[in-house]
Structures are given as structure tokens and as C-alpha cells.
Design a protein. Structure first.
Lengths: 125, 379
């Protein structure tokens, strides 16, 4: 069974065993506006929690996307190169950024669950 | 325009502030004003709608003023390189306020207005929002013999796009055949509008100066036509970039001259020869001997946009310039940029690299505009 956690920087991480799918939240895409380019990492690269893992470019600006947990990049979304607007259309689904093998599941404990993230968005923004 | 902001001062509101919110705008601080960056449909859709139909922009934050007095046009020529003496009545000139180094203090539109009751010449000026306090103080200090009347009580709307003329014709008969870069005074619902055929998108369009109290109603009358959508500052920026137009504080500033900025088309033969404006010796030398760097357009090969501040390298890896505006071009579906490069790299076709996050992105110098302009040129 998978569980989804959220960061204060509006990334989500959906974990199934030690494999996690990472993207930005629907709230994040709504704030960015039209996404025109996503720079994704190399598969095989190692990232530490909180490090830059990707860059998402809207018409207006470039925004960094941080790794919600440490691990190895095992796959990036091949659809985003030709269709970056998938991030706007379906941020939580087809607009995912990357999959990673996480090295320390306990890092997820400090992240927000769906309810806490919804409250965070309501209070912060 | 400039994005310089003073976050500690309360933001000013234009007469259309309530309308923006009603239409779902996302508001941001811009040049001291609370302005719409985009509406619900988003920057891409707003941009494409303006190119296909008509977009309504609130540009009331810009400065409007009358400058009047004996020989006002010749006197104003002592501050700018534009030819105002040769400017026919009710025609508009794009020009720049310059400093003694030929650097650009601001760029502006000047209209030759009919003389006042005393027979004194008048100019109607529209300047950038972030520079208006500076510009007006500068003009008053250097031209104490003239009278400057700042029009704080007027809004400014821009209606841009190929269907704008037909829409406006229904409210203001006669605008369809109004020449490009001309001004008309039109009485509408008891108030006087100043209607110019000009804009900042590369499309046919109008800028309409209207008393603040009537602005909301007039904007709603335009928006009642389904061909018109409200457009925010985000699309205004991407539209002007595609049109190759400069954004003050980014593509031009006090350290760039009209020659470096590729704006010599705005300076007539007489004014180049006679000088008589700040920085004239600098500009005349640049015209005679060439410039060391020049503003150019850049078409990127890949999909990744390059933003303001990115360094530009030649094929050998030497840094030859810097991007001053850059982003995704919605009408082209690819990234474009403008920036200053060394003269040796400025020729169209030059193969350069823009350094983005440490990686060189191949880019080619191209002539501007990136998207062909469609100004009204008469029937």
C-alpha cells in the first residue's frame, strides 16, 4: 500500500515499499501557472533530502524542486519533455517528475500527510 | 517598465482594481501598484488570445502628463534625441530621456498636442510607471520655463490585437481608420478620451486615456464584447518580448545608449547631425565608429528558457554578453531571449551559448521582432 507525504516546498512523495514517486502538488502548479519546461535529473544520480532534484519553468519564472527524501533516481517522466503542461493538467498523476529508491524511510516521518498539508496550504497561502 | 519595488510602502490601486479581482486576477506588486499578473485563464492563453482576438490591459500605473509653453517641442528636444519639431500635430513619437553619457533615463511616448488657448505648444507624454516620479522631477528641473501638468486623475487602458479596432469602433466610431502612431480626442459619454493607435504587443491596437471615474465602466463595456479578454502583466511581458520591444530597467537603463540598444531608428537624420540633446557627443561617436556591444535577439535551440542575467558565451567559451529578458514565447512554442553581446558576436546567424544552471544552451542571434508585427498601415 502506498502512502503520500508532502513538503513545505509543495513537493509530494508517494512511497510504495522503497520506491517513491515525486512531483509537485496541484497547489504548486496552480501558483506557478503554465509550465513550459521541466529539467529532470539523470537516472542513477544520488540526491540528498532537501537538495535540488529538478527545475520547473513556467512562462514567468524558474523554480527549484527539492528531493523530499534521500536516494537514487531510477526513472524520470519521459512524457514531460514533449508535454510539460501535464504538470498543470494532472500534477498528482501524469505530471509526476521522477521515481527514486529511497535510502532512509524514516525521513518521511517529518513530512506532512494529506490532511496536514491541506491545513498548511490554507494557513500559509 | 521596471519591476523595482518598495515593499514597505502601501501599494497604490488603479481605478480598475475591483474589476481585476472580480475577473479572478492574481495581484502582484509592480512599480508600487497592486497589479494583475494574470487572470484565471493563465498567461499562455491570455497571450494567444491577444494575438488572435483582442486583449484589454490596465496600464493606468504609467505616468501621463502635459508639457506646455513657448516652443515646448524644441525645448523638450534638449532632453531627448527624438525629432519633435518635425512631428506633425496629433502624431506620436517614441523617444528616450538621456543622461550626459547617452544612457537612457526612461523611454516614453510623446504626442504633438494642439496648442493651448495662449498659442503655446503642448506635448502629451506617457512614461513608465517605475520612472514617472524621476522623469517628472527631471523635466521640471531642466525645463523650468515650461509647465508640466501631471494627469493623476486619468486611467490608461490598452486594447491590443487584430479584433481590437472592430470592437472599439462600436464604442468610438472612426477609430478603425485612425493611423498608426496617431492620437485622437474623442468625446464619449460626456468625457474626453485620448485615443492613440499604439501599443506594446506588436499587434494593431489602441491606448485610451480616460478620466479615472469613467475607467471601470468603459473597461466593462469593452469586456462585454466576447472577443475581448482581460490580460495581465505576465502576457504583456511575453507579448512585448516576442515583438522585440525593450523593457525599461531590464533591456535598457542608464548605462545603455540608444545605439547599443539598437534604437537608432527612433533618431532622425537631423537630430543625429545637429545633436543638442544629453549625451549627443557619445551617441554621435557611436554612430560614426560603431558600438562595442549591442542588443540582439536570441533564438534558443532547445526547450529550456534562459532568463534575465544568464551569461552568453561565444563558441570558444568566452563570455561575450548577458541576457536582459528571456522566456518562453507562446506564439512560437519555444524559448527566446534578448541581451547585449560584444559587437563581434552581434551579427544575425552568430552561434552562441547561453549558460543556464552551468550548462551551455545553444542559441543563435536572430533579427527582431521574433514574431512579425501587425501594426495598422492603412487600407
Amino acid at each position: 500500500m502506498s502512502q503520500t507525504r508532502y513538503t513545505k516546498d509543495h513537493e509530494y512523495i508517494r512511497v510504495d515499499g522503497d520506491i517513491a514517486t515525486v512531483g509537485i502538488t496541484d497547489y504548486a502548479q496552480s501558483q506557478l501557472g503554465d509550465v513550459v519546461f521541466v529539467e529532470l535529473p539523470q537516472t542513477g544520480a544520488r540526491v540528498e533530502q532537501g537538495e535540488q532534484a529538478a527545475v520547473v519553468e513556467s512562462v514567468k519564472a524558474a523554480s527549484e524542486v527539492y528531493a523530499p527524501a534521500s536516494g537514487e533516481i531510477i526513472e524520470v517522466n519521459p512524457e514531460l519533455e514533449g508535454a510539460p503542461a501535464l504538470v498543470n493538467e494532472d500534477a498528482a498523476g501524469k505530471g509526476w517528475f521522477l521515481k527514486m529508491r529511497i535510502s532512509d524511510a524514516s525521513q518521511l516521518d517529518a513530512l506532512m500527510d494529506e490532511e496536514a498539508y491541506a491545513a498548511f496550504v490554507k494557513s500559509c497561502c | 517598465m521596471s519591476t523595482d519595488e518598495s515593499p514597505n510602502e502601501p501599494l497604490l490601486a488603479t481605478p480598475l482594481n475591483a474589476l481585476h479581482r472580480e475577473f479572478g486576477a492574481r495581484m502582484v506588486p509592480f512599480a508600487g501598484y497592486d497589479m494583475p499578473v494574470q487572470y484565471a485563464q493563465g498567461i499562455l492563453a491570455e497571450h494567444l488570445h491577444t494575438r488572435a482576438a483582442a486583449g484589454l490591459f490596465d496600464v493606468s500605473h504609467m505616468g501621463q502628463a502635459f508639457l506646455s509653453g513657448p516652443n515646448a517641442r524644441a525645448r523638450f528636444e534638449t532632453l531627448v534625441p527624438g525629432d519633435l519639431v518635425a512631428l506633425a500635430q496629433d502624431r506620436i513619437r517614441y523617444t528616450q530621456l538621456l543622461n550626459a553619457r547617452g544612457g537612457i533615463l526612461d523611454d516614453l511616448m510623446a504626442t504633438h498636442w494642439p496648442a493651448d488657448a495662449n498659442g503655446d505648444e503642448r506635448l502629451f507624454l506617457i512614461v513608465n510607471a517605475a520612472r514617472k516620479a524621476h522623469d517628472f522631477a527631471h523635466i521640471e528641473a531642466l525645463l523650468p520655463d515650461l509647465k508640466l501638468d501631471v494627469l493623476d486623475d486619468r486611467a490608461l487602458l490598452a486594447l491590443q490585437g487584430p479584433q481590437g479596432a472592430e470592437v472599439l469602433e462600436r464604442l468610438l466610431p472612426g477609430v478603425t481608420t485612425q493611423p498608426f502612431m496617431s492620437m485622437r480626442r474623442v468625446t464619449h459619454a460626456g468625457v474626453e478620451l485620448y485615443v492613440s493607435r499604439s501599443g506594446y504587443t506588436g499587434e494593431d491596437g489602441f491606448e485610451i486615456s480616460i478620466p479615472a471615474a469613467q475607467a471601470d465602466g468603459f473597461a466593462r463595456a469593452l469586456l462585454a464584447d466576447e472577443r475581448v479578454k482581460p490580460i495581465g502583466l505576465g502576457a504583456r511581458d511575453s507579448l512585448r518580448l516576442e515583438a522585440g520591444l525593450c523593457l525599461y530597467g531590464h533591456d535598457i537603463d542608464e548605462d545603455t545608449t540608444p545605439a547599443e540598444a539598437d534604437l537608432l531608428w527612433s533618431i532622425s537624420k537631423r537630430r543625429r547631425a545637429e545633436g543638442g540633446f544629453p549625451g549627443a557627443p557619445v551617441l554621435q561617436a557611436q554612430i560614426a565608429n560603431g558600438v562595442s556591444r549591442k542588443r540582439v535577439g536570441l533564438a534558443l535551440e532547445g526547450k529550456a528558457p534562459a532568463r534575465e542575467g544568464a551569461e552568453i558565451a561565444d563558441s570558444a567559451g568566452a563570455i561575450v554578453g548577458r541576457v536582459t529578458s528571456g522566456g518562453f514565447a507562446p506564439s512560437l512554442g519555444r524559448p527566446i531571449a534578448m541581451g547585449y553581446v560584444a559587437a563581434a558576436s552581434a551579427a544575425p546567424g552568430s552561434e552562441l551559448n547561453i549558460i543556464v544552471r552551468g550548462k551551455p544552451l545553444p542559441a543563435r542571434v536572430v533579427s527582431m521582432p521574433f514574431v512579425p508585427t501587425r501594426y495598422y498601415r492603412g487600407k
